[in-house]
Ligand binder design. Structure first.
Ligand code: G3I
Length: 378
């Protein structure tokens, strides 16, 4: 690892609110000056900086955001090489009734991706959340397998050959539920047992053998007992699935990061990524964003602290050759789930993403571009 990269590491860790703020500010400025000139970095888009290293940069979005905001749509096409529907491919959106599939909004996103030469990625074929209202009264032990197989076959089949990758199963590990296999107690587990993941992956593979099949989850980023338990449990699950020949081909690490969180241990994360790679799996960073609710209200300082978190995290994960893509969960602060779910106490607008609400590139954008620029080519 170049001395420079060793130097860059730990900037985010200085993001502890309050005490290190001024140090962080000067440290971050020093890094900018040392790294390169902003002007040069802005001569290319995130998709181009990533592509130069054989990586894919993309973002999640929703159909209404692209159709109602041309400025956002053009920023999306400029910056992204991949589009992920934020909500349109979930059961609630696709299944208005037990016997109906409605691909209207997801097809519009697929068409947008095709028109603008973007890779298209599916999220998610099987999840315990965002299930339709009819699910509870309709699905039971007798029909769960048939209903799950019908859904996966129909949805993955509908986009067969168009998908870069599918999150086949999302968030199935939850050690807090207390099971020896650390699986989350979901309707799918209750009705089908722990084999439901294998059944789902085999059905997805049969319906679209070209798509990269991904197991996607969160809470694997920090040096905390909770995240360590999650990493261990996810690794155990992947080992089990691989050992029984389940066609899982990649791990999706959501990476919903926290500004001000100092329990970040680069060597621990490196070791985890290496363990995942040693199973022959690819790795995608699938839902990257930085919650800024605990950061100072000063926008100039807050943006630098958020950028430091992106810089720190990406400078570790992009060292792992198995990492093939980085996807942010949104592109502009105008459209982010964090506005509702992690609102700031001071009432200020959240600023977790690369572009601000007016599609201007922020410090976070520059930090991501630099991380790609400094990444080891694949
Ligand atoms: O589509 C309806 C719209 O018709 C209605 O007017 C509006 C107001 O109620 O709700 C709209 O649905 C919302 C949907 O997002 C689309 O915007 C749902 O209420 C809302 O619950 C849903 O939230 C999404 C959430 O997943 C649940 O699917 C968030 O946008 C999305 O960012 C979030 O993403 C998840 C990933 O899938 C998995 N990992 C965590 C991540 C964040 O929670």
């Amino acid at each position: 690892m170049t001395g420079r990269r060793r130097f860059l590491l730990g900037l985010g860790a200085l993001a502890g609110v309050g005490a290190g703020a001024s140090q962080a500010q000067s440290g971050y400025d020093r890094q900018i000056l040392a790294a390169d000139t902003d002007a040069a970095i802005e001569n290319a888009s995130l998709r181009e900086w990533a592509a130069a290293k054989g990586l894919v940069y993309g973002a999640a979005t929703q159909e209404y955001m692209l159709s109602s905001n041309p400025q956002f749509a053009s920023s999306f096409v400029r910056e992204c090489a991949m589009l992920v529907p934020e909500d349109e491919l979930k059961w609630k959106s696709l299944r208005p009734s037990p016997n109906r599939f409605d691909f209207t909004r997801s097809d519009r996103l697929a068409q947008f991706a095709k028109t603008h030469n973007l890779l298209f990625r599916g999220h998610t074929l099987l999840w315990h959340a965002r299930l339709p209202s009819w699910f509870k009264s309709t699905v039971n032990h007798r029909n769960a397998r048939q209903i799950m197989l019908e859904h996966i076959t129909k949805v993955a089949g509908h986009y067969a050959g168009q998908m870069h990758s599918w999150d086949v199963v999302n968030e199935a590990v939850f050690p807090e539920d207390g099971r020896s296999d650390s699986l989350r107690i979901t309707p799918w587990l209750r009705f089908l047992g722990s084999d439901y993941l294998d059944i789902a992956f085999r059905a997805a593979f049969a319906a679209d053998p070209q798509a990269l099949l991904v197991y996607n989850d969160y809470g694997m980023e920090y040096d905390t007992p909770k995240d360590e338990a999650k990493r261990t449990a996810v690794l155990k699950l992947l080992e089990r699935l691989r050992s029984q020949g389940t066609p899982v081909q990649a791990l999706g690490i959501q990476a919903h990061l926290w500004g001000g969180e100092t329990r970040f241990n680069p060597s621990q994360l490196r070791a985890f990524l290496k363990d995942v790679a040693s199973l022959g799996l690819k790795i995608l960073i699938t839902e990257l964003d930085v919650t800024d609710k605990h950061l100072p209200s000063d926008i100039h300082l807050r943006d630098r602290l958020v950028a430091g978190v992106y810089q720190d995290y990406l400078s570790v994960v992009l060292d792992e050759p198995a990492v093939i893509a980085v996807i942010t969960w949104g592109l502009s602060d105008r459209y982010t789930w964090l506005s509702q779910k992690q609102a700031r106490r001071d009432g200020g607008a959240v600023r977790p993403l690369p572009l601000d609400a007016n599609m201007r590139r922020k410090e976070a954008w520059k930090a991501i571009a630099r991380a790609f620029k400094q990444a080891t080519p694949l």
